[in-house]
Ligand binder design. Structure first.
Ligand SMILES: Cc1cc2nc3c(=O)[nH]c(=O)nc-3n(C[C@H](O)[C@H](O)[C@H](O)COP(=O)(O)OP(=O)(O)OC[C@H]3O[C@@H](n4cnc5c(N)ncnc54)[C@H](O)[C@@H]3O)c2cc1C
Length: 523
């Protein structure tokens, strides 16, 4: 094990039953649920601050947070299929993690996404298994109780007002013959639907707002440490017994008598495992890290939703003085025989353009997002320094099927823009623009103008065998006293924005942990 020399070790070790690393979507659920038992002591460690800029409260304000002090502000490695472009890759670095800087959309995927996990060896994680935990996580009033929960910490709902552009876009999708989904989180998971948001009284509700802030005052058994960067796990042989973290230039250690639960997200969790000697042996040795467990799957299987935009100049203003209006998406099948939707169409009342292009105003955007991408990438270490950003390679569009899907999505977006419902809104297509029509031309446009939906998953994949990092109980293979619970454990990326799924995974994991973890010498 390479120990840090950059910081001084401070004497004295705090001890808890559970140490949860990363206070993002999953970490907030885990720490909150485990500390419901007053006899259990829980520490929650977060690299970022306890709070951030005012824009964090505004559910539509997330663009202002990108690149701010509450964003890790990563960039991908040069993307081979995108002519070596580097893609901006934000992740939340604050209490609440990415749920504090995300778009607040609360969406479950079609049941097929979860049932596919069963085939990947994730026994116990199919849709019917997860449904009680989706329900437990949420408070959604007036919905079908077979699918939706009331009384859970995460309050979700539809903004009351529909703005004219969104109403026209909703009609446009209907005019194309697609169904209306009354509740995309319920029985109807195909068609155009209004997006439920994690918003309460017009303000963002992050996982910290839902799970941590309401309970901290009443729970002396829950310790939340912010501004602390976990540097590596402490391993006693093959048992994980704690975490070494850095705080204000000093190195400290915290001990876990039952378990360490890694919730550092799809980028942070594999990085921390590798920094701790758990990962592909050759790669670790190249960075001077002693290998404790040769686990080749750590950091592999990175998946994300790629997106491409059709942008229009508008004939009239598309933005209104409505705070937080309703948003819509369409979950569509690109072929009739598919079991589940594979494209998400997005409708934005502004022109979303690459940073090098001046946005037309007024304008609007019809985006298409590949829900079941086939491309795979990886997270690797750039160095053995815990403060160095890892190498993030989502492998965007390395599978040509993803290019074809995006081209199909752009054609669908163009059809929607061409309906009579949107005819009165569209002046002309700004991007891709007139004359970009063939598959090759649109494929080139997609490669030159790709966006990430910021939904990385899969890098500590759950399953069985050598391609899995964690087993179906989320325990790291070959290590005792260590689990991973966050977006990284998904075997495949679900066909929806992933935050609601991460909440459900963490709810189920908290129950598993409370039921099965043992004390390894409580002090
Ligand atoms: C800009 C943006 C918009 C998005 N919009 C949506 C949306 O509208 N709807 C949706 O469903 N999903 C959205 N997502 C994705 C969604 O927010 C994530 O999938 C989800 O939050 C992931 O949860 P997690 O617990 O796996 O990781 P995170 O929430 O990212 O939490 C990881 C936490 O670990 C901390 N951490 C990492 N490393 C360390 C370390 N070494 N020491 C201490 N702490 C550490 C991080 O600071 C962070 O707080 C968006 C994401 C982004 C970035």
């Amino acid at each position: 094990m390479v120990l840090d020399s950059a910081v001084d070790i401070v004497a004295g070790v705090d001890s808890f039953d559970y140490v949860v690393v990363g206070a993002g979507t999953a970490g907030c659920v885990i720490a909150s649920r485990l500390s419901e038992d007053p006899s259990v002591r829980v520490a929650l460690l977060e690299a970022g601050p306890a709070d951030g800029p005012v824009a964090m409260k505004d559910p539509a304000g997330f663009p202002a947070l990108l690149g701010s002090e509450v964003d890790w502000g990563f960039t991908t490695t040069p993307q081979a299929a995108l002519r070596d472009a580097r893609i901006f890759y934000p992740r939340g670095r604050v209490l609440g993690g990415s749920s504090s800087i995300n778009g607040s959309a609360h969406l479950r995927a079609h049941r097929a996404s979860y049932d596919e996990w069963l085939d990947a060896g994730a026994t116990g994680w199919g849709y019917d298994d997860l449904l009680p935990y989706f329900r437990r996580s949420e408070h959604a009033e007036g919905r079908d109780p077979r699918y939706r929960g009331v009384g859970g910490p995460m309050r979700v709902g539809l903004p009351p007002e529909v703005a004219p552009f969104e109403a026209a876009a909703h009609k446009a999708v209907r005019q194309l013959g697609h169904p209306v989904a009354e509740d995309l989180n319920g029985a109807d998971q195909e068609g155009v639907g209004w997006v439920e948001l994690n918003v309460v009284d017009g303000q963002r509700q992050s996982a910290a707002d839902a799970y941590i802030h309401p309970v901290t005052a009443a729970r002396p058994n829950l310790t939340v440490l912010t501004g602390v960067l976990a540097r590596h796990l402490v391993l006693d042989g093959r048992r994980c017994t704690g975490v070494v973290y850095g705080q204000q230039g000093q190195q400290r250690q915290v001990r876990a008598t039952r378990e360490v639960v890694l919730c550092a997200g799809a980028i942070g969790s594999p990085q921390l495992l590798m920094l701790s000697g758990i990962g592909p042996a050759d790669h670790l040795r190249r960075h001077g890290i002693d290998v404790t467990v040769d686990l080749r799957a750590v950091g592999q299987n990175l998946q994300d939703h790629p997106a491409a935009m059709a942008v229009y100049t508008a004939t009239r203003p598309t933005a209104y003085e409505i705070p937080n209006p309703r948003r819509l998406v369409a979950m569509l099948k690109t072929q009739p025989g598919l079991a589940a939707p594979d494209i998400q169409l997005l409708f934005w009342n502004f022109a979303f353009v690459p940073p090098t292009v001046a946005a037309p105003d007024p304008g609007f955007t019809l985006g298409s997002c590949v829900m079941r991408p086939r491309s795979r990438g990886s997270v690797a270490l750039a160095s053995g320094d815990p403060e160095a950003a890892p190498l993030i390679d989502p492998g965007f569009l390395t599978d040509p099927a993803d290019v074809r899907q995006l081209v199909t999505g752009l054609r669908l977006a163009r059809s929607a823009a061409g309906t009579s419902a949107l005819a009165g809104w569209q002046d002309k297509e700004f991007l891709p623009g007139a004359g970009i029509d063939t598959d090759d031309q649109l494929g080139d446009y997609v490669r030159d103008n790709l966006f990430s939906a910021y939904h990385p998953v899969g890098t500590c994949r759950m399953g069985t065998g050598r391609d899995a990092v964690v087993d179906p109980a989320l325990c790291v293979r070959g290590v005792d006293g260590l689990r991973v619970v966050d977006a990284s454990v998904m075997p495949t990326l679900v066909a929806a924005n992933p935050n609601a799924t991460v909440l459900a995974i963490a709810e189920r994991a908290a129950e598993l942990i409370a039921r099965t973890s043992t004390t390894a010498g409580r002090v």
